[in-house]
Design a protein around this ligand. Sequence first.
Ligand code: SF4
Ligand code: SF4
Length: 147
Amino acid sequence: MLVKSKTPLFQRFYLVEIVKGLAITMKQMLFGKKVTIQYPEERRNYSERFRGMHYIKATNGVENCTACMLCPTVCPAECIHIEAGERPDKEKYPVKFEIDVLRCCFCGMCEEACPKDAIKLSTIYEMSQQKRTVYDKDFLLEQRGNK
Ligand code: SF4
Ligand code: SF4
């Protein structure tokens, strides 16, 4: 058995709602707060605590990292791969240090765990232009100037 709708005909075509919606859109367009920016000419100010591209700190041209393996141990994404080596002036150093950024979730736990203040996350967020998906040691050392 068919039940007759109690909604008036003009409401069933949603005309009032469409006009109301358009009025809200026009109000926002003409008098609303600007929420978009003209990137890349304009840039947002991100917090100093923003976690972006990684880099390795160095002192006198030598990386601070002593290949203690704490960062790959705490990394929840298991995306840090280090091969340790030894040299006379320093007990250990990373022969190979790689971060697979496709797996990284930028949690910052590697930075928190590092006892040597070696692995850091910068505020750089423009990483899509990088062709590489694995950051090796040389690249990570190069980035220390671009915090
Ligand atoms: S930021 Fe997090 S996920 Fe990325 S390398 Fe560091 S510990 Fe791993
Ligand atoms: S970056 Fe820090 S935590 Fe990671 S291996 Fe080097 S010294 Fe250890």
